[in-house]
Design a protein around this ligand. Structure first.
Ligand SMILES: [Zn+2]
Length: 716
């Protein structure tokens, strides 16, 4: 701990007494300043305070009002920050969601916990976090998160009594990240807090609004018509009001320590990057960081080099709890108490590895120290942040000695290897894939040599092409999306992500064989991409090759912490092969890994239905809806069961609920109607077809509705 011990305090006093005579010569105002800075720091701590951690996804530091954005964009955050300690020089270590939250919650660098990207990683089960540490101190713990990368399956739920990751969209649409409105997340957190009146609590609230797509609700859509990103930031601030307002109003009577930060920023076009994840310039690396608790912290603005790994030791020290040894960060309380930084200038490590993992671009690591920022890439970069805050003048070529010093400093931080398993890759997985014909003899790995041609600075134009593919896909223009994907593959053949994108387009076009082909290439390029593996398994099963799917998936199922999607895909393959028992056992394993995942109940129910056990299936669908009332697939399936059981009114109610959440569920209802008609169960078929014809949105289902109406005429 960096608290001042009595011994060092007395030494300090002695020095001051000696120096006073000289100081008198300096004049009174200077003396006053020196005395004030030199006076013993008054670090306040208070056991038993509640802790509220707010993380706002993709919130650029300078998009916050009090950090410089004009127009009263974030009045709530501004009020909190003005009454607390605000750090103007705080940085993340990662520029994507899951690793960054792992850094914040564990107080560990990515090399220590091993989570380097959103997909394909799971926070290790052996590391403590704020949740596990505070829970062991008798705290009640609750997390309320708003987007898929923080789902409990990725390992951050450990230590939380309640981990609320309910998102409305159950079946994940391609290219879209499931999220829920911050308004709903805050409402859920407030309900939990209401029930914690008599206990100490730690509450983590994560809001996702500023992340793409930028689609702020009114009145922010109108107010920020030309700047929708900032509209999302303003909406986030409004959603937080019911949470923050009472705490700020309580002032010194409040017993909650509030920490507010973001996981990373957003480029908004800086250096040619539209969003975040590729580069680590200040637009995405700098984060707002605010601590608020008037009993401990006086209003102050600090330009100390603060970092995400400092959050955990700061919180623990504020609560007068012991800080575990060996952490890379340190408590910021002495800084807030006016003590000069005793540890000297520190280096902040950062990295951006997503593009290496899913595109095979050169890995980006770097370090910031004393206002110098070094980015280690095939074309190295060095910036003087004080004279060049926009990082426009690369000094690396003209200052080789400085580059060398920073590169030496970076080495051990970059090469940190904690106890955590990195990607689930194992030699065995690779060997089995090779034997199944999925891997070329050479394979790929991350220790490959990278040249200037692999530098993300040279490749950022491809990032825009990837975004184009997504935009075209979402606009329903699959032909153009496919052409753009092919162009990407031609321009840079080794990017696994292009093949995953192509596969999604082919699946949507109903061309399963082409999807399988693309996914085989994705897996060959990146055997650790479990998303591609799960999708490959599902595509093989759907195209009549369940046994092949099961063989490939089995390779991954054997790893210590198999991916939940991989297990679900395997269960589908096994159920299709008639091995329902094995399928159910596989899903039970997935549920152990991710107990709050309601979709796993839906998958279990689906396997039970395939095995003909309708009663057990119904119970599982109903259990899923108790966990998340908005699960479209559970509603549509229960509707079909109700229909078969002679309760058409109940069926229609379920279908209405299902299609209100996800219009794609009309397809299931149509399929049910068609198969009931084929089975000559006319009354039931009519109910499903009538619902479809009357309610399916014409812009999407015009032809199908026509077909349903014709069939209805024939059934009369
Ligand atoms: Zn994020």
């Amino acid at each position: 701990m960096s608290a001042v011990t009595p011994l060092s305090r007395s030494i300090y006093r002695g020095r001051l007494a000696v120096g006073v005579g000289i100081l008198l010569l300096l004049g009174l105002p200077t003396l006053w300043n020196v005395l004030r800075r030199a006076s013993p720091p008054s670090i306040h701590r208070e056991a038993g305070l509640n802790v509220l951690l707010i993380t706002i996804d993709t919130l650029r530091a300078d998009a916050v009002g009090i950090y410089g954005q004009p127009g009263g964009i974030t009045p709530g955050i501004d009020r909190l920050a003005a009454a607390g300690a605000r750090f103007t020089n705080a940085r993340a270590h990662n520029v994507v969601t899951l690793p960054s939250h792992a850094n914040i919650l564990a107080g560990r660098l990515p090399g220590e916990h091993g989570v380097r990207d959103n997909a394909g990683f799971r926070f290790p089960s052996g590391l403590d976090t704020l949740a596990t540490l505070l829970k062991s101190q008798g705290y009640r713990t609750g997390a309320f998160v708003s987007a898929f990368p923080l789902e409990s399956r990725f390992g951050l739920a450990r230590g939380f009594d309640v981990y609320d990751d309910r998102f409305a969209d159950a079946a994940r649409p391609a290219f879209l990240i499931q999220e829920r409105s911050g308004r709903d997340t805050v409402a859920s957190a407030l309900r939990w807090l209401e029930s914690q009146r008599d206990s100490r609590w730690f509450c983590w609230v994560h809001l996702y609004e500023p992340h793409v797509p930028y689609a702020p609700p009114e009145p922010f859509a109108s107010r920020f018509r030309s700047e929708p990103y900032h509209g999302e930031v303003a909406a986030t601030d409004a959603f937080l009001t019911p949470l923050l307002e009472p705490l700020v109003s309580a002032g010194r009577n409040g017993r909650t320590l509030v920490v507010l930060t973001s996981d990373h920023g957003e480029s908004l076009g800086d250096h040619g990057e539209a969003t975040h994840g590729v580069f680590a310039y200040e637009a995405t690396l700098k984060v707002p960081l605010v601590f608020y608790q008037p009993r401990l912290i006086q209003p102050v603005v600090l330009d100390t080099a603060a970092q995400h790994v400092d959050v955990l030791p700061t919180v623990l020290e504020a609560l007068a709890l012991a800080v575990p040894p060996g952490l890379p960060g340190r408590s910021l309380l002495p800084d807030m108490a006016g003590e000069k930084d005793q540890t000297g200038s520190r280096a902040t490590y950062f990295e951006a590895l997503s593009a290496t993992l899913n595109r095979r671009w050169a890995p980006l690591h770097g370090v910031v120290k004393d206002g110098a920022k070094y980015i280690d890439l095939p074309v190295p970069e060095l910036y003087d942040l004080s004279s060049d805050p926009r990082e426009e003048h690369n000094l690396a070529a003209s200052q080789p000695a400085r580059v060398e010093a920073l590169r030496t400093l970076l080495g051990p931080m970059r090469d940190l290897r904690g106890t955590a398993e990195a990607r689930p890759e194992t030699a065995e997985t690779r060997e089995r894939l090779r034997s199944l014909g999925y891997l070329a003899a050479t394979g790929n790995n991350l220790t490959a040599r990278y040249t200037e041609a692999d530098d993300p600075k040279r490749l950022i134009a491809l990032d825009a092409l990837l975004e184009d593919v997504v935009d075209l896909y979402q606009a329903g223009n699959l032909t153009a999306a496919r052409a753009r994907c092919r162009e990407l593959i031609e321009r840079r053949p080794g990017m696994p992500l292009s093949f995953v994108y192509l596969a999604q387009i082919e699946r949507e076009s109903g061309r399963l064989d082409e999807a399988v082909k693309a996914l085989r290439q994705a897996v060959a390029l990146d055997p650790d991409n479990t998303e591609a593996v799960a999708l490959l398994g599902a595509s093989l099963t759907q195209s009549g090759q369940a046994a092949e799917a099961s063989r490939v998936l089995e390779t991954y199922e054997r790893t210590h912490d198999p991916d939940v999607e991989v297990l679900t895909s395997q269960a589908l393959a096994l159920a299709t092969m008639g091995r329902s028992k094995d399928a159910l056992a596989t899903l039970a394993r997935a549920r152990e890994l991710d107990s709050s995942n309601a979709m796993l109940f839906v998958s279990t129910a689906t396997v039970l239905l395939m095995a003909g056990d309708r009663d057990a299936a119904r119970a599982q669908f109903e259990a899923a809806l108790r966990m998340n009332a908005d699960l479209a697939r559970a509603h549509s399936s229960l509707g079909i069961l109700d229909l078969e059981d002679g309760r058409p009114t109940d069926a229609v109610a379920h279908w209405k609920a299902a299609t209100a959440v996800d219009p794609r569920e009309f397809e299931i209802i149509l399929a049910a109607g068609l198969s009931l008609a084929r089975a000559r169960r006319t009354a039931e078929a009519r109910a499903a077809l009538e619902f479809f014809a009357a309610n399916a949105p014409p812009e999407r289902f015009a032809d199908d509705a026509q077909r349903a109406r014709e069939l209805l005429r024939r059934l009369q």
